[in-house]
Design a protein around this ligand. Structure first.
Ligand code: CP
Length: 317
């Protein structure tokens, strides 16, 4: 497959071809080697400035973008909503234009509104990277999930991936669906009909309303948190009911295929969508996902800054 990437921004995986998405994964494979050296830095973004602009809470994404930029030798500034002049009524665009006037080259934004990253990307010369926009997309999470599947199983094409839980409000699910279907995985969305509407079928996925149906057939099971912060009403009777019908309990985990990857984007609600012993068990690749997020974000920052795509075997070149 030809490697190519000619974009200054990453707003949604829906905007990109399979070849571009493979380019990011291959470049990330090359960068993963950097994190395993004693000297974990390369000069690729020396002289560039990245602003991490998080208007919603984050642990994994914010810290890994910061570390990714540092490993590429960029300068990094972190700002949050409460520490910015958004609190005084400044608009998002005015704030971003001021960051650009301060010569920010890359702006990583997490915002509660779908489309916020694209809105800025279309109006700024700086690169804009979407770190999660409402329930729309979380592109680097989708990329790191696919990277982890490819790393652990050796392929993505033909892999059967079940995504379980609050699909309706999940930006992680949307990015996973976009990427995995383009790369040939067979995706099944699992949850109550209120959280997995039949309309998702038009995205080229299967839908199941029982987790027990998909346990024996899945190569990967990706559990999602219930996004209470985005739900404006009740979508199921209660947390206990949800766990009994859709939680990956110890008993259900014992029915998974040998070698099935257990994934979760975090933050986890232990004992709700996933049993604590399953989250910490041998099939879990949850912390590998976090580690891989660093390499994927290095690749995204590098490519959006105009870096040449790398072959995955180029780690030490
Ligand atoms: N997966 C994820 O986006 O985690 P954070 O909210 O901690 O960034």
């Amino acid at each position: 497959m030809t490697r190519n990437w000619k974009h200054k921004d990453l707003c949604a995986l829906a905007d990109h071809t399979a070849s571009e998405l493979m380019t990011v994964l291959d470049t990330a494979t090359a960068f993963k080697g950097v994190g395993e050296r004693n000297l974990k830095k390369v000069p690729a973004l020396r002289g560039k400035t990245l602003v991490n602009f998080f208007i919603e809470p984050s642990t994994r994404t914010r810290v890994s973008f910061e570390l990714a930029a540092m490993r590429l030798s960029a300068d990094v500034v972190n700002i949050s909503a409460s520490a910015s002049s958004l609190e005084k009524g400044e608009t998002l665009l005015d704030t971003a234009r001021n960051l650009e006037a301060l010569r920010a080259d890359l702006i990583v934004i997490r915002h509660k509104s779908a489309g916020s990253a694209r809105f800025l990307a279309d109006r700024l010369n700086a690169s804009v990277i979407n770190a999660g926009d409402g329930a729309h997309e979380h592109p680097t999470q989708g990329l790191l999930d696919a990277f982890t599947i490819r790393e652990k199983l050796g392929r993505i094409e033909g892999v059967r991936v079940a995504i379980v839980g609050d699909i309706l409000f999940s930006r992680v699910a949307r990015s996973n669906i976009q990427l995995l279907t383009k790369l040939g995985a067979k995706v099944t969305l699992v949850g109550p009909p209120t959280l997995v509407p039949a309309t998702f079928g038009c995205l080229g996925v299967e839908i199941a309303n029982s987790i027990d149906e998909i346990l024996e057939q899945s190569d990967v099971i990706n559990l999602l948190r219930i996004q209470h912060e985005r739900q404006k009403r009740e979508y199921f009777p209660g947390v206990g009911e949800y766990t009994s019908r859709f939680g990956l309990t110890k008993k259900r985990a014992s029915q998974l295929k040998e070698g099935c990857l257990i994934m979760h984007p975090g933050p986890m609600n232990r004992g709700v969508e996933i049993d604590s012993s399953v989250a910490d068990g041998s099939g879990s690749v949850i912390l590998d996902q976090v580690t891989n997020g660093l390499a994927v974000r290095m690749a995204v920052l590098y490519l959006c800054s105009g870096g040449a795509p790398m072959a995955s075997s180029a780690t030490d070149q």
